[in-house]
Design a protein around this ligand. Sequence first.
Ligand SMILES: Cc1ncc(COP(=O)(O)O)c(C=O)c1O
Length: 330
Amino acid sequence: MIFENVSDLIGGTPILGLPLPSYNSMLLLKMEKNNPGGSMKDRMARSMVEAALQSGRLKPGGVVVESSSGNTGIGLAIAAIDRGLRFIAVVDHHAAPDKIAVMRALGAEIRYVQGEYAENEVAVVERQRLAAELAEQIPGALFMNQSDNPANPAGYAGFVREALAQTQGRLDAFVGCVGTGGSMAGIARGLKQHRAEITTIGVEPCGSIVFGQAGHPYYQSGTGTPKGDTVGLVVDYASIDLGVQVSDAQAFETARYLARRKGILVGGSSGGAIYKALELIHSGRLRGQVLTPVADGGEKYLHTVYNEDWLRERELLDPRIAANLSRWLS
Ligand SMILES: Cc1ncc(COP(=O)(O)O)c(C=O)c1O
């Protein structure tokens, strides 16, 4: 099959299974990093642009504006090219520099928020404010507002269809990251519609406030809701059976372990979801076919998650984590 638009390459991502015979289980990694923009967010970016065009809120030749930590921006840059739209990404220093470079390469206009922020502090409130302001000021512009946009979760319908077809409907649990909550809401609702007993676990970084814990800065990029921000409307608590937290060290060491031992380069947030999935399987809380998306690839974090000096300087190295993983995956 030959496609004519890059957007047509979104989806159809393969699943890599990691057998866990001692637990009578299998961890299924859906390789969302294989999407053309390198993340699962390509799905929701296309969905948000299509919905805006269909409703007439965005006109042909219009301007898409979004606050993004990177992956949504890359997805929107691709969607904008395919539909002849202009795209402005509002970013902060917390976004991985390589993601911003990709957005630039894809023709996005980049606007950095101003202000004094700690290295591990996300300036998401100011990002949202600036994005809304730009959309007000620029004729024909629309702020996508992914945290409150129902087309965000709706964009994952294809993920659910594919996952059910790939596993012949045999799924016992889904473990996913929660940032805006869009992927979790869309996938969890879709899977529970298929079979209500599928257990759904939402994973946020320690320091994120989605599941009611106290907030503090964290390094995992693209996931969680930082202190000071408001949890988005797309988070669907009713479809999440359990919300858990993962530390930066656990998330990053899992990503590095999978690269060294399995040859898969996953991003930090995916490392976190995988760590929690394995921990829950080990504790007996989850069993059977457990699905986790590889939200994006490690290629975007070579200077941070995959840089030992960077990790050491931030005290994010802990050998006990790799020891746990060896035990669980052996
Ligand atoms: C790498 C990565 N992980 C996790 C998430 C969280 O996904 P969601 O916003 O659907 O909750 C994102 C969102 O940008 C992301 O880029």
